[in-house]
Write a protein that binds this ligand. Structure first.
Ligand code: TEU
Length: 556
């Protein structure tokens, strides 16, 4: 048996830089802001920080549209300051992971500018260009196919500078043209850039929509959506591994973001013997409250389905492969608003959700602000939103005649901006995020929900509870590696599972709801004599009853 990889007992913290902390008063978070809050990360005990993109970018999609992979956007700082940040993090024993966005670039990247300049450009084939087609005269659409961009409208546009009238592919905004990964020159350029960052000292990459790089090119004019998971995907990732990671003996980490990935795919992507990725972000559990319509077709979530989904991944990657564990990030609503109760039981439900997540097998990801139970934005007007996806969708649906109140309600639940409001550090003006005008509104609950108030709350501190969970993973091989078994899968309110290993057994029992719940298994059999390792209530209640949103962790 090879020794378990270092990241099996690690916890990652995600920073969305523009919303973390602003050090220069321009209203946008920056590297200086991160440097000011390194104590916060160290106190929490996280091992790794993943930074959402800080490269030079026109910011059409908040940095996921990169115009220079080897520079820092002036909004965030400079390369010199980046080096300082990296050194300061390493001094504290924290690793730094960069966001790698190479399915697409910005349309302002010199590669694309050159590619668009002429069909004869040496970089023409770095992107995906196709002729338009004549369809029925009635619909008047002439794009190569009818794929739609994730941010509304067609996935094909023409470039102003291009005399040919051809279309280029963009699975996201028109300002995010897709690179052509079939072209070896593109792959070389990407690997070279990755090596440049690793040589600079970064500790790995979170790879944006990395399963989209393999498109079924022969199908690009067909109607089915073959824009991801083409058969070449494994070749690309293995080649990347050989060219970038294989010869390095540093402790690095790679995580691929993969919308639509299945457990079976993930076993291939993350199996240790396959030399592709360490782990992937899957989307099944965050799509359970999504109906058959658009992304904003919100439907209620049943606990049974959540348990079944996450447990299938636990079981599916038990023998080979590895899970990443997350309930929220910069693209998802706040986890406590979505899966918990962000009103009366905010503290209990935030800590309950953290327990369920952190005590599964896999590498947990904490999204900034979750460690103090930050909630959805509660915007009520469209002009409060900044996210290109939310704004475009609202505009398109409005034009189609839908009721604006209904659209705003859908956004209030699902919009990515819910998780992008500034981190709340202190009570008072702008929650201590900026001395200027924040680029997006601060949540009005910041006088009660903020780092300072939370950390002063003693046994009611969410931060403190996270700290204990993170320490537990570091100390306990059972938490890192123990075998996972779900109990009572059909129970509509109880989320219970065990972790078993050479060191014994743990039971996690959580009451996912606001009513008292009778849980006989807490007092019967082995657990009756078990000891309480962790809980989110500070007084003990009746042994066989879990109070609203109570979670207990027992050791036997
Ligand atoms: O997201 C990819 C993705 O598929 C979605 O999660 C996305 O947020 C969108 O809502 C699709 O409906 C990644 C990044 O995390 C996201 O922030 C970027 O906007 C996107 O890629 C494009 O780079």
């Amino acid at each position: 048996q090879p020794a378990p990889a270092w990241w099996t007992d690690a916890v990652v913290y995600q920073i969305y830089p523009r919303s973390f902390a602003d050090s220069n008063g321009d209203g946008v978070g920056d590297l200086g802001g991160i440097r000011q809050h390194l104590d916060h990360l160290q106190d929490l005990g996280v091992d790794v920080v993943w930074l959402s993109p800080i490269y030079r970018s026109p910011q059409a999609d908040n940095g996921y549209d990169i115009s220079d992979y080897r520079d820092i956007d002036p909004l965030f700082g400079t390369l010199e300051e980046f080096d300082l940040l990296l050194a300061e993090m390493h001094e504290r024993g924290i690793k730094l992971v960069m966001d790698l966005v190479v399915n697409h670039t910005s349309d302002e990247h010199p590669w694309f500018v050159e590619s668009a300049s002429s069909p004869d450009s040496p970089k023409r084939d770095w992107y995906v260009w196709r002729d338009g087609v004549d369809r029925s005269p009635a619909d008047g659409r002439t794009e190569p196919n009818l794929w739609r961009s994730a941010f509304s409208g067609p996935a094909w546009s023409r470039a102003d500078a291009d005399p040919s009238g051809q279309y280029y592919l963009h699975l996201f905004a028109a300002k995010q043209p897709d690179l052509n990964w079939e072209n070896p020159e593109v792959r070389d350029a990407v690997y070279e850039m990755m090596n440049w960052w690793l040589d600079r000292g970064v500790d790995g990459f979170r790879m944006d929509v990395i399963n989209f790089i393999a498109k079924v090119q022969s199908d690009l004019t067909g109607s089915s959506e073959h824009f991801r998971m083409g058969p070449q995907i494994h070749d690309h990732l293995q080649e990347m591994n050989r060219r970038v990671f294989a010869a390095r003996d540093a402790e690095l980490i790679t995580v691929g973001e993969m919308p639509g990935v299945t457990v079976d795919d993930a076993r291939l992507f993350t199996g240790a013997d396959r030399l592709e990725l360490d782990m992937v972000f899957q989307f099944e559990h965050v799509d359970l409250d999504r109906g058959p319509g658009s992304k904003f077709d919100n439907v209620p979530l049943a606990l049974r389905d959540l348990k079944a989904s996450l447990s299938r991944w636990q079981t599916g990657l038990a023998e080979s492969g590895w899970n990443s564990l997350y309930l929220g990030n910069h693209d998802q609503p706040r986890s406590v608003s979505r899966f918990g109760d962000d009103g009366r039981h905010r503290v209990e439900s935030a800590t309950l959700l953290a327990t369920i997540l952190h005590l599964q097998r896999g590498t947990p990801y904490v999204y900034q602000g979750d460690e103090i139970g930050m909630t959805n934005a509660a915007f009520s007007r469209i002009d409060q939103y900044r996210d290109i996806e939310s704004i475009n969708w609202f505009g398109e649906e409005l034009e189609a005649g839908r009721d604006p109140a209904e659209l705003l309600e859908a956004l209030r639940y699902r919009s990515r901006d819910n998780a992008r409001t500034p981190v709340q550090w202190t009570p008072g003006e702008n929650a201590g995020f900026t001395t200027g005008t924040p680029w997006i509104g601060v949540n009005p609950n910041h006088d009660t929900v903020n780092v300072e108030t939370d950390r002063a709350a003693g046994s009611r501190s969410i931060f403190d509870y996270y700290r204990r969970l993170i320490a537990l993973r570091h100390e306990s091989p059972l938490v890192a590696l123990g075998c996972f078994d779900l109990l009572e899968p059909e129970h509509p309110a109880l989320y219970a599972f065990t972790r078993t290993g050479d060191e014994g057994r743990l039971l996690v029992a959580a009451n996912v709801g606001g009513d008292d719940l009778e849980v006989p298994l807490l007092v019967e059999g082995p657990w009756g004599a078990g000891s309480l390792l962790l809980g989110n209530y500070d007084s003990s209640g009746p042994a066989a009853v879990l109070r609203p949103w109570e979670v207990r962790v027992l050791r036997a």
